[in-house]
Design a protein around this ligand. Structure first.
Ligand SMILES: O=C(O)CCC(=O)C(=O)O
Ligand SMILES: [Fe+2]
Length: 317
């Protein structure tokens, strides 16, 4: 049975918690969820998912701990560097209300520990454990979504190889309350450039997703829910079946907003190439093979970032 959980003017909300059996591959419930995930990713490029394998208390612990991180002195925060743009600490005059940290490879406890030791001389064992644990669980969710998509397209044989080509980055974000009382766009409209993003919100709303009808849909800050986004590179890999939705953050109240997300992106050197099973008469090849990091760097460094369809402009057939 396909359950219609879509509320008007909202991205779909898919319930993974109904029955534990539904997450058993091959069960009727699993197949039904696969279809819902595919439909959401094709039509909205995003969905909320109710998922109870990440305890709410653990999600909240990250929010509690990260306040102290954002309160550190600027010179300490700036030590969170990465050779890759947008993978480290970000704060700029262009985005005056936004601030973000990046923890690369958060599935490796040592990498999280290195980050903590950069920020605090003695490290921060509790935060380290919490962040690593949440990242590990968000990664499990990311892999479930990827597996479901591979299965519904009949390319499950590519799932393992595809997952191995991802690297994960954890980003912690804070949005300050703008002094103006009206709504302010604190993070501009963009598509995620990587493959899959799984995001956790702290209860303060503001995230909006642009529908295909060009209407901004507000994403409710639901408890126990995570937001999943399809990124440009997964859209390319699917030969355009999946949609990469623009999204932004708009603040209007008097509460600062925190969020964090696990971003899965193709590793350095990975070439995105549409599997031959996804090309046929009905679906002619839309994208030439391309090096993801080259696309990403070019996007950031050139006018490509102002293009409405950067992926198509860069590598469209
Ligand atoms: O903070 C949010 O809810 C959205 C963040 C986001 O879209 C991003 O970092 O790419
Ligand atoms: Fe995003």
């Amino acid at each position: 049975m396909v359950m219609e959980l879509k509320v008007k003017n909202q991205i779909p909300c898919i319930d993974f918690t109904n029955d534990p059996q539904n997450l058993e591959e091959g069960s009727e419930g699993w197949n039904d969820l696969c279809n819902q995930v595919r439909e959401a990713c094709e039509q909205y490029g995003s969905f909320q998912v109710l998922y109870n394998k990440i305890p709410s208390s653990l999600c909240q612990d990250v929010f509690n701990e990260c306040k102290g991180l954002f309160d550190l002195p600027d010179e300490t925060k700036q030590k969170n560097l990465s050779p890759k743009p947008y993978y480290g600490y970000a704060k700029s005059d262009m985005l005056p209300f936004y601030e973000g940290f990046g923890v690369e490879n958060p599935l490796l406890l040592d990498a999280v520990q290195d980050f903590m030791e950069l920020m605090w001389a003695q490290g921060n064992p509790k935060f380290c454990e919490t962040l690593h644990s949440v990242a590990t669980k968000l990664h499990e969710l990311e892999l479930i979504v990827l597996k479901m998509l591979c299965q519904t397209y009949g390319v499950e044989k590519h799932f393992e190889a595809q997952a191995k080509r991802f690297e994960n980055t954890f980003r912690l974000l804070k949005y300050k309350v703008p002094p103006q009382s009206d709504s302010v766009v604190v993070l501009g409209a963009h598509t995620d450039k990587g493959s899959i993003t799984v995001l956790c919100q702290d209860g303060v709303e503001g995230l909006e997703v642009l529908s295909k009808e060009r209407e901004w849909l507000q994403v409710a800050a639901l408890k126990g829910a995570f937001v999943v986004f399809v990124g440009d590179s997964l859209k390319a890999w699917s030969n355009g079946r999946l949609y990469a939705a623009k999204h932004r953050v708009v603040l209007s109240g008097d509460k600062e907003r925190f969020s964090y997300a696990l971003f899965a992106s193709p590793k350095e050197g990975v070439i995105i190439e549409v599997p031959e099973e996804l090309v046929d008469q009905e679906h002619p090849l839309l994208y030439k093979p391309f090096n993801f990091m080259d696309f990403f760097n070019q996007f950031l460094a050139t006018d490509l970032k102002f293009n409405e369809n950067p992926l198509e402009a860069y590598t469209g057939v």
